[in-house]
Design a protein around this ligand. Structure first.
Ligand SMILES: N=C(N)N/N=C1\CCCc2cc(NC(=O)c3cc4cccc([N+](=O)[O-])c4[nH]3)ccc21
Length: 324
């Protein structure tokens, strides 16, 4: 308790650990004045950086960008930041995601039904579509960074961890291409052909996520020593186990295959995925809209709990006077 910043302790009572990741853990906390439960992600000031690179003394290069992104984004399938504190480490206060990480739901023997995979994946597509529309590439999409809003199978999912994200803005290449290319070297025009494909890295990762949600195993893994993991990925040579995929629809597998395409210019884009047959599912989209509606209602600040002041007995009419 000693190490938490004072101003954070004034606002929140920090409780148990909910999960721990590579760069720090997530704590359950209670907001003092509203009694609402929140999550606090602790991001360690990487020991290594500050020891070896004194110029890193102030903060990991990304934390400002990341908190800046977290403050700007507003989408039901992206994690919402509530507060931010800096102390011995960094503390990001967030909405509680009681379902935890999607990673834990697809670990063998746990398996998600195809219906549930579709509900979750549809939300991930909407979230990444929103990021790309706002010039943000996530660059670290993985099962650990997809959180579930409740323990119910039918729930909202939210993408988190923008530690590796990149903001794509106006590039000098765009300015160059505005002018007439009379004097422009061919290699610039050639390079222009492949520029701007940064966002397709997120589509590849979504393909890996969908593969693992549907099948319960990773498409590329070190398990089979030959070819090496890198060779499997660079050749798009995913591991296909007939036994597992035979119970999964052709549409679902077709969508996975269209994401796991090595050539980024040929890889499926988010908009195309949202048009894919597998996602033209009215029932699933209706379920999503219902989940959304529920949270919209809940978004009204909950009435602060009025605790009976100690020692004073309320006769049973009293609350009628102060009724709603
Ligand atoms: N690394 C980085 N630079 N940025 N990462 C970030 C910064 C943005 C916030 C953030 C949140 C999380 N994770 C959770 O919130 C979370 C995990 C979890 C597990 C069980 C239960 C609950 N829960 O009941 O809430 C959980 N909430 C992981 C990484 C990051």
């Amino acid at each position: 308790q000693l190490e938490y910043p004072k101003e954070m302790q004034n606002k929140y009572i920090v409780s148990k650990t909910l999960g721990s990741g590579a760069c720090g853990e997530v704590k359950l906390a209670f907001e003092r004045d509203t009694h609402t439960k929140v999550a606090i992600k602790i991001i360690r000031k990487s020991k290594f950086m500050t020891d070896v690179l004194p110029e890193m003394q102030d903060k990991p290069f990304n934390i400002e960008t990341e908190v800046g992104i977290l403050k700007r984004i507003d989408h039901p399938c992206l994690i919402r930041i509530i507060d931010f504190f800096e102390g011995k480490d960094f503390y990001i206060v967030l909405e509680l995601m009681e379902g935890g990480e999607l990673f834990d739901k697809v670990q063998r023997p746990a398996r998600l039904s195809e219906r549930t995979c579709k509900l979750y994946f549809y939300q991930m597509l909407l979230a990444v579509q929103y990021l790309h529309k706002h010039g943000i590439i996530h660059r670290d999409l993985k099962l650990e960074n997809v959180l579930l809003s409740s323990r119910e199978e039918n729930c909202l999912v939210k993408i988190t961890d923008f530690g590796q994200s990149k903001i794509i803005g106006e590039t000098s290449l765009m300015q160059t291409l505005c002018g007439t290319p009379d004097y422009l070297a061919p290699e610039i025009l050639h390079f222009a052909g492949t520029a701007g494909y940064g966002r397709s890295v997120d589509c590849w990762s979504l393909g890996v996520i969908l593969f693992m949600c549907l099948s319960g195993y990773p498409p590329f893994s070190k398990k089979s020593a030959r070819p090496s993991l890198t060779e499997q990925i660079t050749s798009g040579n995913y591991c296909y186990i007939e036994e597992v995929w035979k119970d999964i629809s052709r549409d679902a597998f077709d969508l996975v295959q269209k994401f796991l395409v090595v050539d980024p210019t040929k890889r499926l884009k988010i908009e195309e995925a949202l048009e894919h047959p597998w996602l033209q599912d009215e029932h699933m989209r209706h379920t999503f809209q219902q989940l959304l509606a529920q949270t919209q209602n809940m978004r009204v600040k909950p009435e602060p709990l009025t605790l009976v002041p100690p020692g004073r007995k309320r006769d049973y009419h009293e609350d009628e006077k102060t009724g709603p």
